[in-house]
Design a protein around this ligand. Structure first.
Ligand code: NDP
Length: 449
């Protein structure tokens, strides 16, 4: 057998790479992981974690206003310090970065702070000049924000930069209407910015249940967010005073202080040397892998966003775990991609699992839909008009719940528990047989008629 420097060389210390490296090492493999930026990856450093903390921070804008109706004396106007929140969030990111680093080190994984490029099926070149070999290479390099090819694109930012801003812009245009666009629209709006979302179609959050996303659209408009639909960029011009004027098809130009691109994410495969090992990519640039995360080169595997299967952290973690258990743990495991719950941390948040109503109608034909459209108790007392909407989609023949979709306060927290029932194949009757936990919003799930 050839003599390699490592059993496993992981490129990228994000969610998938870190899990794969740590578990493989625990199974006895000699592992190194190369990271060109910071251990933790997108989710921890400039994604899910800091974003969620900003969402918490943003929520106080409404909570403090509502608090008055609950008897609290709150100063008017409210004062918000972006530098305080930003610096606290960045400090938490530093703490997590250190914790991730420590965990890898504790498991005997060698961390190499360098960029690694593949030079062959078992070889890599590091940006510090070293050449190393490994029996197996795992590519877990994630993805980066896609930036539309428009004149003036250099004036825009992406979610990468959003966490380090000097100040909250007074007016921001966010391009895209997916996860990142809707989450940051809520964040910036709550911090006092005027937000305009611009999208190439009329659909926000494609893939989620139509009624749920319509509800978000309606509430967002009620809160004062603007939408420009069926719009494509023509150019972005920076004026003498530093403002940006965005020209787009079908609409008048708009002048803002900041433009943010949230138009999807592209796998980080460029310049990685994958062609030297015959690793096949699909037309989005993602690494093609089989059910065991193996690429077209037998010694090279890939997990996470770089494979563009489901761009979600918990999925990347499962893929990393499955890879490590299969390869080094003598426990062949494959990720089950069925019924993956997901959420958008918009204001209010929404979440879903399983088939949407239209997917179920296409797939099953006979479908029963139960819903509850209600004003959460807390909103009633606060005088807040926002209504929550819960939907349960059932197979008309078997009564089995095939999807649950909801928008309203704490929807992601509630949906995670409901997703267990959907995954387990429970029926509407099983939900009905469960006594309501009163008074809660979640009780609507067992009271749907
Ligand atoms: P999304 O795929 O969610 O949304 C992209 C948006 O940009 C869509 O509205 C899309 O329109 C539009 N778009 C795509 N390409 C272009 C283009 N060339 N020109 C103009 N508009 C375009 O991507 P995000 O960037 O918001 O997020 C990336 C991924 O990160 C998500 O898919 C998600 O998996 C993950 N993520 C998950 C989060 C969570 O779990 N809460 C939070 C943030 C990110 P159209 O619908 O017409 O295609």
């Amino acid at each position: 057998m050839a003599d390699y420097d490592y059993d496993l060389f992981v490129i990228g210390a994000g969610s998938g790479g870190t899990r794969a490296a740590r578990v493989s090492a625990a199974h006895g493999a000699k592992v190194a992981v190369a990271e060109e930026y910071r251990v933790g990856g997108t989710c921890v450093i400039r994604g899910c974690v800091p974003k969620k903390l900003l969402v918490y921070g943003a929520h106080f804008a409404e909570d403090l206003r509502d608090a008055k109706k609950f008897g609290w004396n709150v100063p008017d106007p409210l004062e918000f310090s972006w530098p305080t929140l930003r610096d606290n969030v960045l400090a938490e990111v530093d703490r997590l970065n250190a914790a991730y680093t420590q965990t890898l080190t504790n498991h005997g994984v060698e961390i190499i702070n360098a960029r690694a490029e593949v030079t062959g099926p078992h070889s890599l070149r590091l940006s510090d000049g070293r050449e190393v070999t490994a029996e197996t290479i795992l590519v877990a390099v994630g993805a980066h924000p896609a930036i539309p090819d428009v004149e003036g694109k250099e004036f825009g930012i992406t979610s990468n930069e959003a966490f380090n801003l000097d100040a909250v812009p007074r007016r921001i245009l966010i391009a895209g209407a997916g996860y990142i666009a809707n989450e940051f629209a809520g964040i910036f709006h709550q911090f006092g910015a005027h937000v305009t979302l611009m999208n190439r179609t009329q659909d926000i959050l494609r893939g989620y249940d139509l009624q749920i996303r319509d509800r978000l659209l309606q509430i967002s408009m009620m809160k004062g967010l603007d939408f420009r639909f069926d719009a494509t960029f023509e150019k972005i011009v920076r004026d003498d005073d530093g403002c940006l004027t965005v020209h787009m098809s079908g609409h008048e130009p708009i002048t803002v202080d900041m433009v943010m691109f949230a138009t999807g994410r592209v796998p980080n495969t460029r310049g990685l040397g994958l062609e030297s090992a015959g690793v096949e990519l699909d037309d989005t640039g993602a690494i093609r892998v089989d059910e065991d995360n193996r690429s077209s080169c037998p010694s090279i595997y890939a997990v996470g966003d770089v494979t563009n299967r489901v761009q979600l952290t918990p999925v990347a973690i499962r893929e990393g775990q499955a890879f490590a258990d299969t390869k080094y743990g003598n426990k062949p495991t494959r990720v089950d991609y069925n019924c993956i719950p997901s959420a958008v941390f918009s204001h209010p948040p929404l979440a879903g699992v399983g088939l949407t109503e239209s997917q179920a109608r296409q797939k099953l034909g006979s479908v029963k839909v139960y819903s509850s459209d209600f004003r959460p108790m807390k909103n009633v007392l606060a005088g807040r008009q926002e209504r929550a909407l819960y939907k349960m989609v059932c197979d008309g023949e078997t009564d089995r719940v095939v999807g649950i979709h909801m928008i309203g306060p704490d929807a992601p927290e509630i949906l995670q528990a409901a997703a267990v029932a959907v995954k387990a194949g429970l029926t509407k009757a099983d939900f009905d047989a469960t006594v309501a936990l009163h008074p809660s919003m979640a009780e609507e799930l067992v009271l749907l008629r």
